[in-house]
Design a protein around this ligand. Structure first.
Ligand code: HEC
Ligand code: HEC
Length: 362
């Protein structure tokens, strides 16, 4: 067999016909018959927008899920997307800041991928990426993430029968050489778009009329959304707004004492826009499943929800761009407890334990 391939190769060289890489497999025997997939969203959620050039299919999602969990995407085959985005952490890594393939620590905390397909105001803490398909390509070459190169990863994927088959079934390619980073990015994104709330959190059940708050949760709910004149306004709902519990705006929530807007250790959004006024602002993260994603903030500085609320209760630090809603709140310990019990109604264990999101290689 090997001899035959070699002979063909030599003959091909002899008469000027294009040289076909002996590794370039013909895949047309494998059926291509993709099945549409529809994502079910909880009540009151916005619509999931799907770009025309990347419709969700069962085969595409399956390929994306394999890529997401496969260390083949990293330089030394030790890490995958899932190393920093694990289902148990609502697709975070529960570290203060992430650890890359070389053991080097990054400067920011991993982000939850829950409902990632529903965000439209930029990805990452600083919004530096606008299109999920393109975002998915970035960690591969990031030196403090997977630290490989795309030409190399494409080469590895093209050689694996598993991926030859899965790319064929998902995208109808005819030869293994048609496996590209663009298709890999599309598949990973298809998988990411399926990572949505199950609708079984207590909060979503209440929205659907299938459950009711306890007295303590209701008190927290009222303060969160400022619904009861006899309770303090905790202001949370203005930035962490329903139903996604984020407005996705870029805001300075008063974490750092700085003399000027040039003094932030991490410029955040300002690094992307180059505008002084954006320094020290970060995208508002969702509070859905916050119970599973500690530690908190872009640099993982707070270990518990109580520490976070103590920060807000204190009024934070004032800089020229600190949002005016960041002010001393005057919450008592009982009121903080109530706020926490309301926020815990956003917990969605069915999302975390969903078998269709888990590692397909295990
Ligand atoms: C070494 C750890 C690490 C690896 C590996 C990693 N990520 Fe991340 N991811 C992070 C960190 C940290 C952030 C936040 C970075 C920032 O804001 O600068 C992030 C952010 C994201 C975001 C943005 C979320 C949002 O709400 O904006 C997405 C999407 C994402 N990662 C997907 C992936 C995919 C897909 C892979 C694999 C191809 C991957 N990540 C691999 C650590 C990692
Ligand atoms: C003015 C807007 C604003 C208000 C009001 C606000 N937040 Fe935030 N929140 C943010 C921003 C911005 C971040 C991210 C900041 C960063 O990491 O630098 C954040 C982060 C958080 C985080 C960390 C999430 C994570 O994934 O790490 C929690 C928890 C949180 N807020 C809870 C609350 C609670 C509870 C309240 C009400 C007491 C509240 N927030 C009020 C803007 C706000």
């Amino acid at each position: 067999m090997f001899g035959l391939v070699l002979t063909l190769f030599v003959v091909a060289c002899g008469d000027d016909t294009p040289i076909i890489d002996p590794m370039d497999e013909d895949l047309t025997e494998i059926p291509y018959n993709p099945t549409d997939f529809e994502v079910n969203l909880p009540i009151k959620f916005p619509k999931l927008e799907i770009p025309n050039d990347n419709p969700l299919t069962i085969e595409g999602i399956d390929l994306g899920r394999h890529l997401f969990y496969d260390p083949i995407l990293s330089v030394d085959s030790t890490m995958s997307c899932s190393s920093c985005h694990l289902p148990a952490g609502s697709f975070t890594d529960n570290r203060r800041v992430s650890l890359g393939v070389t053991g080097e620590t990054g400067r920011r905390s991993s982000m939850s991928l829950l409902n990632i397909g529903l965000y439209y105001n930029g990805f990452f803490w600083d919004g530096r990426s606008d299109v999920l398909e393109e975002q998915a390509l970035l960690p591969i070459e990031d030196p403090i993430e997977l630290h490989d190169t795309w030409p190399n990863v494409e080469k590895k994927l093209r050689r694996q029968p598993l991926y030859q088959e899965k790319f064929r079934r998902a995208f109808g390619i005819e030869r293994s050489s048609e496996i590209t980073k663009e298709l890999a990015g599309k598949a990973i994104t298809q998988f990411e778009r399926t990572l949505v709330s199950s609708g079984n959190s207590k909060y979503d059940k209440i929205q659907a009329g299938q459950a009711i708050y306890t007295e303590q949760e209701l008190m927290g709910f009222d303060m969160f959304f400022d619904l009861n004149p006899f309770l303090p306004d905790a202001e949370c709902g203005h930035c962490h707004n329903a139903p996604l519990f984020t407005t996705n705006e870029y805001i300075n929530n008063g974490l750092d004492p700085v003399e000027s807007l040039m003094d932030f250790a991490d410029f955040g959004r300002g690094e992307v826009t180059g505008k002084l006024i954006d320094n020290g602002t970060f995208r508002v993260p969702t509070l859905r499943n916050i119970q599973f994603t500690a530690p908190y903030m872009h640099d993982g500085r707070f270990q518990t929800l109580r520490e976070v609320i103590n920060h807000y209760n204190s009024g934070g630090f004032h800089a020229d761009n600190t949002n005016p809603l960041i002010r001393p709140l005057g919450l008592t310990e009982d009121q903080i407890d109530a706020l926490i019990s309301f926020i815990n109604t956003l917990s969605d264990p069915d999302f975390v334990n969903n078998p269709t999101y888990s590692n397909p290689f295990e």
